[in-house]
Design a protein around this ligand. Structure first.
Ligand SMILES: [Zn+2]
Length: 458
């Protein structure tokens, strides 16, 4: 906490911290309840009079019935300034404090309501105007009545235990009577049970501490009943003049593992009212002066609640966006699947076409082979036949040649024979022509065999 921080922020940070010191006092002169702001011991309670001197003068009474004036203002830099009883006169124990806070809470509410623009000009009644119906009556702690009397707002500051059923009965009573009822729970007692947050919840709590978040508070059956009926529980701390709003953090989409982990899941969260089955929630504190009565919505609109409304709008927008994205994704997937189907079909068709083509080619090939074989066989047959014919022709030719040769031989022989026959008749000298063209040398017939030969008789 630094000195630069605005006072209201400091007050908000101290809100709902179970302040037990008395900060409200009744003015002995006017009978009004007065609020001592923090650090204002030497500030003026009225022109020229400080809280310190006014208290020391015995002019400020303890608001408790039958209790005397306060003795002094306790002021120190480290602690909240507050009133102290004279020694020995301290009543501050037991139920006394509750009564005291109840008193101051009502007073605070009435004062704040008078300054609320939404209730401008309204009559304010503390504890003195009952609302009657044929089936009963109720007297709200603070009742605001519009100038024309047509509208009424009842404020209830609840300190004691109350069941959900009892609250519902009262809530419905006010509804039947046409009265807007605003419920504020006490910052002490049975309606304020702090819980020690742990783990992520603790971290979230600390992270929001500066913006007024207090410790986690247990939600009773009463609070859950209110949440069921769409009423966000509120608390009031009269010692810091702050209002607290039940708040929880929600993860965007991930399904929660358990009820407690639903409080906090991760830092990117929605700040929303707790759900009706929550056992605990955070309390976001705001200065009461920043809260307004929203007559149309029949509620007390705290800044925290306004934020919850914004967050809810954001959540819806995000969900819409998520739905849109999902739809787009599904559409894209569908398109992709369609494309895939088409591609497969095309492939199958292509495959079938290829198969068909292959079959066709194979058939053509087989046909061609068959034809080729046939041709070859035919050719071969023809060739063989030719060969055979040729052979036969050759044989015949050879025979003819042989015959011719034989005939020639015969003829030659016959000629030879005829010639031989003829030669027998022709003188031998004629038969043998001269061996040389010129005359041979005249033989020496006187010698050799020539002589002998000539002597041989013919
Ligand atoms: Zn007292």
């Amino acid at each position: 906490m630094t000195v630069d921080q605005p006072k209201e922020q400091v007050a908000v940070q101290r809100a709902f911290e179970q302040e037990k010191r008395q900060v409200w006092a009744r003015d002995r002169h006017t009978g009004d309840l007065l609020y001592l702001p923090d650090g204002q011991a030497d500030g003026e309670v009225r022109p020229g009079v400080t809280w310190r001197s006014y208290t020391a003068g015995g002019m400020l009474l303890c608001p408790m019935r039958g209790c005397g004036p306060f003795g002094r203002v306790v002021a120190s830099p480290s602690r909240r300034h507050h009133f102290a009883h004279r020694s020995g006169a301290d009543h501050a124990s037991g139920t006394g404090l509750e009564t005291l806070w109840h008193l101051s809470a009502k007073e605070l509410l009435a004062r704040w309501a008078a300054a609320d623009p939404a209730l401008h000009g309204w009559q304010l009644h503390i504890d003195d105007t009952p609302i009657t119906m044929p089936d009963g009556w109720r007297r709200p702690d603070v009742l605001a009545i519009s100038p024309d009397g047509a509208e009424q707002v009842a404020f209830e500051v609840q300190y004691s235990e109350l069941t959900g059923e009892q609250w519902r009965a009262r809530h419905h009573f006010y509804a039947r009577a046409g009265v807007v009822d605003i419920w504020l729970f006490a910052h002490h007692g049975p309606q304020w049970r702090t819980r020690v947050a742990s783990g992520p919840a603790r971290r979230a709590e600390l992270a929001h501490r500066d913006s007024g978040w207090t410790a986690a508070v247990g939600l009773s059956g009463l609070h859950q009943a209110m949440l069921q009926d769409g009423v966000v529980p509120l608390w009031l701390d009269p010692t810091t003049q702050s209002a607290g709003t039940a708040t929880a953090l929600f993860a965007p989409a991930a399904p929660p593992r358990s009820r407690t982990s639903r409080l906090v899941r991760d830092p990117a969260l929605y700040v929303l009212p707790p759900e009706q089955d929550f056992r605990a929630c955070f309390v976001a504190a705001d200065p009461l002066e920043k809260c307004r009565v929203d007559l149309a919505a029949r509620e007390l609109l705290t800044p925290a609640k306004a934020r919850q409304h914004e967050e809810y709008t954001r959540l819806l927008a995000d969900q819409e966006e998520a739905r849109r994205r999902l739809a787009a994704l599904q559409e894209r997937n569908e398109l992709r699947r369609e494309e895939e189907r088409r591609r497969r079909q095309e492939k199958a068709q292509q495959y079938a076409a290829e198969q068909e083509e292959a079959r066709r080619r194979l058939a053509a090939l087989q046909e061609r082979r068959r034809r080729d074989n046939e041709l070859r066989r035919k050719e071969e047959r023809r060739w063989r036949q030719e060969k055979a014919e040729q052979y036969v022709a050759e044989q015949e030719e050879a025979q003819r040649q042989a015959d011719l040769r034989a005939a020639e031989e015969r003829r030659r022989r016959e000629e030879e024979h005829a010639a031989a026959q003829a030669r027998l008749l022709i003188p031998l000298s004629e038969q043998y022509p001269p061996m040389f063209d010129h005359d041979p040398p005249a033989p020496d017939r006187t010698r050799g065999w020539w002589r002998l030969r000539r002597r041989r008789p013919r």
